[in-house]
Ligand binder design. Sequence first.
Ligand SMILES: [Fe+2]
Ligand SMILES: [Fe+2]
Length: 168
Amino acid sequence: MSPLDVFEKPSRTSSGEEPLEILRREHAIIQKHISELDEMTYSVSVNVRDFSFLFKEVLKFLEAHEEKEELMIEALAEAGVEIPVDNLKLKHGEIKEKSDAVLKALDGGNEEEIRSVLYGVCAELVDRIKAHVLAEEHVFDKIDWGKLDKKTLDRIKLLQIVPSRKLL
Ligand SMILES: [Fe+2]
Ligand SMILES: [Fe+2]
């Protein structure tokens, strides 16, 4: 072992960031914006334009994040790390159905309808996403990232590079 090896932790990707740190950072972004949406739904008068903009951005970010995550889970499985995928899948149909209902009400512009959707479907969606992120962190925390081979870590790092930086 060369003296320099102590500076090169094997669990770190070449950018110096561990996959878990990257995931956590994205999760923090999702949780922050989801909480903002949550707060907006409880304010006396919702600015529909602001809400609509943030809602769409969060959905886009979440979609890109989920895509990367699914690929990462595949890469981990190939490296022999088993993940209880069924518990973690954020069911696309479920999210889409709820978000479509929110978008429809927002676009419709009827204040009463918007309010009812925000208190109902949107609040459920927010809770669902929050719970999903927490469940994932719990599972990802248990992975021994330091034991993964460099090839797998590099693949996972590559999967993080997608054009979804608007919320960063
Ligand atoms: Fe996820
Ligand atoms: Fe996630």
